[in-house]
Design a protein around this ligand. Structure first.
Ligand code: OXD
Ligand code: MN
Length: 589
């Protein structure tokens, strides 16, 4: 008798018609075999999937070049198919599930012909964690198979676990013909099912990541009483050796990975890494919020990563490795066969091909590495990995940061007055758009809790859910907004960022431990400058004051913009959030 899993795989194979089916066991030998296939046999748009890089300097690393039109998440082709449109909300594209299936079935008919279908059994979360979820993805791309092995706990043990049950999350992925006109990333939350065709890009194709661990999981979280969030998880160790666990939500390509691996500039302070992208938050029996990272890898932006901005990541990328590491759409230094990107530091190498493999020199005025070029590397290679990373219970969270990239308006750090006010603070976040998704770059859009592209249901209900979670927390984390990106009139950043962000984290830890007071401003609590540890930092008093300046006119405009956004949710928007907005407007008057 076939198990539900076997039956499901068989049905998908009858539709997609692969030449063969390969059940992956997650072993190292298998990973090597897959890479070999990617180098020698499999092709995308006529090109190999992998190129071997210099293994002396970048051990076990491979370069992947994508199809030129397939370089980022495609939010306009991403759908959440709840039975009714209202549940998906104005924050999501929606189609009736039946209609979506009709379209996808047509596109998928024979889409794996002459290709291999890889069956990837994997776990999101530690297998012994009560919060972990069993998943199976089908894909016809060896790049996706290898990436999933780096990013998730993939292996055949899971098949033993799933056995006769059909309680596993399903993902069907095919690169199709990579034509953006035939590209869709479609979620069926009611069925725990994601169906993606036409893209091999991480955020569209590694279905355990954004698709399941955020969009579908956020919906599971709503029904089961927990939160799936777009957050970094770190432990901040103080000079006494106490560790405070903090999560931080920032939009894509705003420095989450750098924050997750921050090398402190303050003596005695150290940051331990637990995750750089996704946190699942549960209310513990002790009334605190507990976080796990369901992933075991980083899919980070390569451009701009350097020994200055993220020394720990540079070490991870160069470490002798058990897991392979992938570089996607970086440039290549032909003299050394090493990956290269703008912002890597050091002189520009003499002989470079760009992310598409075309000879490049800096006088051309074009980009050598794609702005959204990426690395995929195991978290176990991080020199800053927390000893609690594999704790199935996760870690207790004392503070949450909500961030965005704002050149104007927003102070460096602001604390919410209380839980309700803090949910308003998270919901009013906005950020300038980046290259992580295909759209105009650099325009401000509202991105509540950095979840706009990832919330798998109506965001008004999501705000309500956050409010409700607070009611169950007897010992809630404090909540802050942060903005490392404020500029002066000439457009220069006022704050040095990167390793100096530890100074903001230190203030946050001091607030958590009630060591310092804060000043009440109309928009929240802000630090007294005397409480910021600025020892050894070269910053003028004027810049410092500007970092915390609250320009009433700017904020009134901001409030208008927030109001327009909230209105788009109509009657569903919680009245508590309106009340907070109105109070803020009142105080600004
Ligand atoms: C990511 C993203 O890839 O947020 O992490 O786009
Ligand atoms: Mn992300």
């Amino acid at each position: 008798m076939a198990t539900p899993l076997e039956k499901w795989v068989d049905e998908q194979a009858r539709l997609t018609k692969p030449k063969k089916i390969w059940w992956c066991d997650g072993s190292e030998e298998e990973a090597h075999r897959l890479i070999e296939i990617g180098i020698k046999e499999e092709r995308i748009a006529g090109r190999p999937i992998f190129y071997e890089l210099n293994h002396r300097t970048f051990p076990n690393s491979y370069l992947h070049r994508s199809h030129p039109t397939d370089v980022a998440r495609t939010e306009h082709l991403t759908y959440i198919c709840h039975p009714d449109k209202e549940t998906a909300g104005p924050n999501n594209n929606w189609m009736a599930p039946k209609e979506a299936k009709r379209i996808l079935t047509k596109l998928s008919d024979g889409c794996m012909r002459s290709r291999t279908m890889y069956v990837l059994p994997y776990m999101m979360g530690h297998p012994e964690s009560p919060y972990a979820k069993a998943c199976v993805q089908l894909t016809d791309s060896s790049y996706v198979a290898i990436s999933m092995r780096i990013m998730t706990r993939m292996g055949k043990d899971l098949l033993e676990k799933i056995k006769d049950s059909d309680d596993f999350v399903k993902g069907l992925h095919s690169v199709g013909d990579l034509d953006p006109k035939r590209r869709f990333i479609i979620h069926f939350p009611e069925e725990n099912f994601v169906w993606s065709i036409g893209s091999g890009y991480g955020g569209n194709a590694l279905l355990g990541k954004k698709c399941f661990s955020l969009r579908i999981a956020s919906w599971l979280g709503l029904r089961e009483g927990w939160l799936a969030e777009h957050m970094v998880i770190i432990g901040i160790e103080d000079p006494k050796g106490n560790i405070t666990y903090v999560t931080a939500a920032l939009p894509s390509a705003c420095g989450k990975t750098n924050l997750a691996m921050l090398e402190s500039s303050l003596t005695g302070y150290k940051v331990w890494t637990l995750g750089d992208d996704i946190a699942w938050l549960n209310v513990g029996p002790d009334g605190r919020l507990w976080a796990i990272n369901p992933e075991i890898g980083f899919f980070g932006v390569a451009r701009g990563t350097s020994p200055k901005t993220n020394p720990n990541m540079m070490k991870a990328l160069k470490k002798e490795k058990f897991y392979p590491t992938l570089f996607t759409n970086t440039a290549l230094n032909l003299d050394t066969n090493e990956p290269w990107w703008e912002g890597m530091d050091g002189p520009v190498p003499n002989s470079i091909v760009d992310w598409q493999g075309t000879p490049w020199d800096s006088s051309q005025g074009t980009q050598a590495a794609h702005p959204n070029s990426r690395f995929t590397v195991s978290i176990y290679h991080a020199p800053t990995l927390s000893s609690e990373f594999d704790n199935p219970k996760g870690v207790p969270i004392s503070a949450i940061l909500f961030g965005g990239k704002r050149m104007h308006v927003k102070p460096l750090v602001v604390e919410g007055f209380d839980w309700q006010n803090s949910i308003f603070l998270g919901s009013r976040m906005g950020s300038e758009t980046t290259a992580a998704a295909t759209h105009e770059v650099g325009v401000v859009r509202r991105d509540p809790m950095a979840m706009l592209p990832f919330c798998g249901y109506n965001m008004a209900d999501y705000f309500r859910h956050w409010l409700n979670i607070g009611k169950r927390l007897t010992n809630p984390p404090k909540i802050f907004s942060v903005n490392w990106f404020r500029t002066d009139a000439q457009g220069n950043y006022l704050w040095p960022g990167f390793r100096e962000n530890i100074r903001v984290l230190k203030w946050v830890v001091d607030r958590v431990n009630n060591r310092v007071d804060a000043a009440r401003a109309p928009i929240g609590l802000i630090p007294y400058l005397k409480d910021l540890d600025l020892e050894g930092l070269n910053i003028s008093r004027e810049n410092l004051e500007r970092l915390f300046e609250i320009d009433v006119k700017e904020w009134q405009k901001e409030a208008e913009d927030i109001e327009i956004f909230f209105r788009s949710f109509g009657e569903r928007m919680p009245k508590e959030i309106w009340q907070e907005l109105n109070e803020m407007k009142e105080k600004l008057r």
